[in-house]
Design a protein around this ligand. Structure first.
Ligand code: PRX
Length: 649
């Protein structure tokens, strides 16, 4: 029997959805009458600039939600809170890495967003144009996103840890005409020169007309007079009156690039009304948000979690959302706990990787701080191991806070499987039950549901409002990647099992995507970066279990004829990948080998390599292996390395 933690009585007593029967009722209602369910919520929870009459147009795999309505995401996140006392409520609490503080009330946020939106309009930008946002974790990131949304510019936030090369790929794919950036960002006391990366990327992007630069650190940068503009100059004198545009529900709100099974990142397209509805509803259902809460999600704005759970979800719900600029362990490993104590944070949402690194640093760090304001804890990005769950529960939550383990993806837009904290008992390691309106299933390769307890593929059988609508300029790939394998259903790419209580246990990816510290990496993307190096002939990237990061990245590579294999070259290649994609993609290990195992048709057998790095031996079926000696040799090399390591320890 898996251990189970019922909702704490005190929490349940005041929860929005209280008790399992209330959850079941809600779920049954949504299942029986999905259109009535979502339509009713959309009418009550969102402010419409033109009411909709149709809820769902479903022409699988294409969905349109509330298609004939008009709405504005920025209006729903900001303007509508100005009518009453909320206008003086803190919308964004910002803490800089060096302990600086900024507080933006809803009214002040509105003023800044409206001014910036007007400035964009003055530069000639219009609904449908595409803007890249490449900013550190500062309020201007939120302002830029909301200003784009206000006038219908489609934004694509690129994580500030991405390299110039990765940035350029995204600018090109999006055919963006605007880039919004800062001189520099901060990470553990170091300056990251963002504008310099933008300059490198834009050297060969003639489509970008303008680059707006926010001066954050006063780093010395070059401005190109024809193209570059200072944020503050634009804001100065810009009018504060800028009505939010009435946009169709299905107007694209943003494109977010994520890794897939090919070398090219895919642009996940989210539209306006459905996305906003579900990200806001999950704030209420999953985080049980209350008016007076201080809510903190530690994700970066460059990932989907930052979009849905720092900006759009919390602001649509009228929450106070905290934004922290820096690293969790800066200047000391208790930074997160210091922030929780300082701002009296009530709802805290972070990743299993972060939790595991806190465990390693020792209990003395959280114990120094008063964490009694915490009411609920969340986890996202990867499966959380029960030991980490329990530590989180006891050491951070003081045994009194429910934990919501939230399963979702860039593509799903918002949380789909998670316990409603006042209703559903948690089992450490399981994301538990689907939210209302979500119909998952676990199936075998033929698409047949597997019995309880058995592993299979996780699919979703019904469309949901915050689902992504397509891949930017690649609808074919959208159909093939997600909808072709199990006709009529959405394939998540995850393996899962469902237990006898109907609880979902997500086990990890079944495709060539690996999850390093909760960041999705495509093995193909890493391999493409590797072979761009002049010394590399072929490369194969695989994941191996890692105590802290969930998975670590190991790359096997062969070198070109004239090149010598050496530890120095391996080290250089690690740096190369970091430079090509971004520091977070730097492989944990590179093994330069004589040959890679291949099938008779010449396909690299990653499965064998995966086994090799996981168990240091290969037991799988090798009948399709062209040259068994290669594997023997690889595992021999692994063993020798291991022996060497052991000796050196
Ligand atoms: O494998 C699942 C894992 O992260 C993948 C989605 O990654 P990404 O699109 O980058 O979004 C991350 C933030 C939502 C999923 O396919 N994943 C995410 N959350 C969980 C999870 N695996 C297990 N449990 C979770 N709570």
């Amino acid at each position: 029997m898996d251990e189970s933690f019922a909702p704490p009585a005190a929490f349940q007593a005041q929860a929005r959805v209280s008790g399992i029967a209330a959850y079941q009722k809600l779920y049954a209602e949504a299942l029986a009458h999905p259109e009535a369910f979502w339509g009713d919520l959309a009418r009550r929870q969102l402010d419409w600039l033109q009411p909709f009459t149709r809820v769902l147009d479903w022409d699988s795999p294409h969905a349109q939600w509330f298609a004939d309505g008009k709405i504005n995401a920025c209006y729903n996140c900001v303007d509508r809170h100005l009518a009453g006392w909320r206008r003086n409520k803190a919308a964004i609490l910002w803490e800089g890495e060096n302990f600086e503080q900024r507080i933006l009330t809803y009214q002040e946020l509105h003023r800044k967003v409206a001014k910036f939106a007007n400035a964009l309009k003055k530069l000639g930008y219009r609904a449908g144009d595409r803007a890249i946002i490449y900013l550190p974790m500062i309020p201007e990131a939120a302002i830029a996103m909301l200003a784009c949304a206000r006038i219908g510019l489609i934004h694509s936030v690129v994580f500030a840890g991405f390299s110039a090369e990765a940035l350029k790929t995204r600018i090109d794919d999006l055919e963006a005409t605007l880039v919004i950036t800062a001189d520099a960002g901060r990470r553990r006391g170091r300056e990251i020169l963002l504008k310099r990366n933008v300059d490198a990327a834009l050297a060969d992007c003639p489509g970008v007309r303008r680059c707006i630069v926010y001066q954050h650190l006063g780093a010395g940068i070059e401005m190109k007079p024809e193209r570059d503009l200072w944020w503050n100059d634009l804001m100065f004198g810009s009018s504060e009156v800028c009505p939010a545009e009435a946009l169709p529900s299905e107007h694209p709100l943003y494109v977010l690039y994520t890794s897939g099974t090919t070398g090219k990142p895919k642009g996940v397209v989210h539209t306006t009304a459905g996305y906003l509805l579900q990200s806001q509803m999950s704030m209420q259902w999953v985080f049980d948000l209350r008016e007076e809460d201080i809510y903190w999600c530690t994700a970066d704005i460059g990932w989907v979690t930052g979009h849905s759970y720092i900006i759009y979800g919390p602001l649509a719900a009228g929450a106070t959302t905290l934004m922290y600029e820096g690293a969790p362990d800066w200047p000391e490993p208790d930074r997160f706990w210091r922030i929780i104590e300082k701002y009296r944070v009530n709802l805290f949402y972070t990743s299993p990787t972060a939790i595991r690194s806190f465990i390693r640093q020792g209990d003395s760090w959280p114990q120094k701080h008063d964490l009694s304001s915490l009411r609920l804890l969340g986890s996202v990005g990867e499966p959380i191991n029960p030991a980490a769950w329990k530590w989180y529960h006891e050491t951070i939550g003081g045994g009194r806070c429910p934990i919501v383990d939230t399963w979702w993806q860039t593509e799903t837009g918002s949380i789909l499987i998670a316990p409603l904290p006042g209703a559903v008992a948690a089992k450490p390691g399981s994301a538990t039950l689907p939210l209302p309106g979500i119909v998952p299933d676990v199936v075998d390769a033929a698409g047949q549901p597997v019995p309880a307890g058995q592993q299979g593929f996780l699919i979703l059988r019904q469309p949901w409002p915050s689902m992504f609508r397509t891949l930017y300029r690649d609808d074919e790939r959208f159909r093939e990647n997600y909808w072709a394998r199990f006709p009529g259903a959405y394939f998540t790419g995850d393996a899962a099992r469902r237990d006898a209580d109907g609880y979902y246990w997500v086990l990890g990816r079944v495709d060539d995507v690996i999850n390093v510290s909760g960041h999705r990496l495509s093995t193909m993307e890493v391999e493409s970066a590797m072979v761009r190096h002049p010394a590399v002939a072929e490369a194969a990237a695989v994941g191996r279990p890692h105590e802290l990061k969930g998975q670590a990245l190991v790359v096997f590579a062969t070198v070109k004829g004239h090149v010598q294999r050496s530890p120095e070259l391996a080290e250089e290649l690690r740096g190369w990948v970091g430079q090509e994609i971004g520091g977070f993609a730097r492989p944990d290990e590179i093994r330069l080998v004589e040959a890679l195992p291949k099938t008779r048709s010449g396909k690299i057998m990653r499965r064998l390599l995966r086994e090799l790095v996981t168990s240091a031996r290969v037991a799988g079926d090798t009948t399709t292996l062209e040259d068994y000696a290669v594997i023997l040799q690889l595992s021999q090399q692994g063993k020798e390395e291991e022996e060497l390591l052991q000796k050196s320890e």
